[in-house]
Write a protein that binds this ligand. Structure first.
Ligand SMILES: Nc1ncnc2c1ncn2[C@@H]1O[C@H](COP(=O)(O)OP(=O)(O)OP(=O)(O)O)[C@@H](O)[C@H]1O
Ligand SMILES: [Mg+2]
Length: 351
């Protein structure tokens, strides 16, 4: 029968899925006991998807069972302590930045980047100093939407200078990943680099930095939410049932890492006619609000589907910046005011 030290050494060969580090150095093995009946291992499960934990558990069982004496394995999985405890050391604030929010969506194509761009512009219109970071390296569309496709500069201390567009400071991870980097490498690179990268940007004084997360709720998203001192997450959805179901996954993701959900935004909620200026209900509208209520998270507002919003994105003329008095811009400002209210309420409770 192997001893606990030998077993621990073997377990060092198990990498955390998607990372080059092993599960032992991540501090996931709490205890190993060897008795006549076999080997007991206590695994600390961090905030990760159940599939990841299952994969690791399977590796542990196989690894131990393959050791001399083929010991029976009794694996106990313990949940990591509540993230409030972990929050302070693991999550770093960004000096000079008062609030950090993540804009997320359970599924792609719901208009998350469009909303992130115009929402930050609306916050700016309400007097906040804002920054926007495009964290989506698979489809970095924000650069096109704000017309910022050149490279960022560096300060004398080799810190990254964000670009400035329409009064918001903007940076994209994609600026720093070579175009020929194979797409499959981008995810893992980002998961590791992103949070470090964020801290190397010379943001200056900001009231709020928004991160446009890649769509979905996978490990790349989780890594950022665990490393950056986020004030909260904003979830963008559309009224379709299928998108609404994904809101649940978004809420679950933020809950898992104990980041408050600031609320849900329903995009493409109704049609705003460019000609008559009237509102047409084209989908079963209102699902976002009902859904948010049933999940116990705030509803931040609804945004229309309109041709101008799409064209503004395609032509690097975001509607909130270019037509600040347009009804769509008003809708964004209403949502921005709700986001600001959520953020400042959070700040008061923290005091
Ligand atoms: N409210 C809206 N009205 C009209 N068009 C919209 C609206 N919101 C988004 N779009 C359009 O829908 C398309 C997808 O939007 P966007 O790129 O913002 O979505 P996304 O959720 O960020 O997508 P991805 O998952 O690829 O990152 C774009 O062409 C955009 O212009
Ligand atoms: Mg996007």
């Amino acid at each position: 029968m192997p001893n606990p030290r030998e077993i621990l050494n073997e377990l060092k060969n198990i990498k955390y899925p998607g990372f080059s580090r092993d599960i032992v150095s991540f501090g996931m093995i709490k205890d190993i006991e060897v008795a006549d009946a076999g080997v007991s291992v206590i695994l600390i499960a961090p905030a990760a998807s159940p599939e990841v934990i299952n994969e690791i558990a399977g590796e542990i069982r196989r690894t131990v069972a393959a050791m001399p004496g083929a010991p029976a394995v009794n694996l106990q999985i313990e949940q990591a302590p509540p993230p409030h405890v972990a929050q302070t050391p693991a999550r770093r604030p960004i000096p000079g930045v008062k609030h950090i929010i993540a804009v997320a969506s359970g599924k792609g194509g719901v208009g998350k980047s469009t909303v992130a761009v115009n929402l930050t512009l609306a916050m700016r219109a309400l007097g906040w100093r804002v920054g926007l970071m495009d964290a989506d390296v698979y489809g970095p569309s924000v650069a096109m939407m704000v017309g910022a496709q050149e490279r960022a500069g560096l300060t004398a201390e080799r810190r990254i200078l964000p670009l400035e567009r329409f009064g918001i400071r903007y940076i994209s991870m994609a600026m720093f990943i070579a175009d020929d980097t194979p797409i499959i490498w981008r995810g893992p690179m980002v998961a590791k680099l992103e949070s470090e990268f964020l801290f190397n940007v010379e943001w200056g004084e900001l009231d709020c930095l928004a991160l446009d997360l890649p769509p979905g709720t996978g490990d790349a998203q989780l890594t950022i939410t665990q490393r950056v001192a986020l004030d909260g997450g904003v979830i963008v959805t559309t009224p379709q049932e299928i998108a609404l179901l994904d809101v649940k996954r978004g809420v679950a993701m933020f809950k898992e890492v104990a980041v408050p959900v600031l609320g849900v935004i329903e995009n493409m909620s109704y049609h705003l006619c460019g000609k008559c200026g009237r509102r047409h209900e084209i989908f079963a509208h209102g699902g976002g609000q009902r859904f948010a209520q049933s999940l116990g998270v705030p509803f931040l507002g609804e945004l229309p589907i309109t041709r101008e919003l799409r064209e503004g994105g395609d032509r690097a003329r975001p509607i909130v910046a270019v037509h600040p008095d347009h009804p769509v811009s008003d809708a964004f400002k209403a949502v921005a005011a709700n986001v600001i209210a959520q953020l400042t309420r959070g700040a008061r409770t923290a005091d």
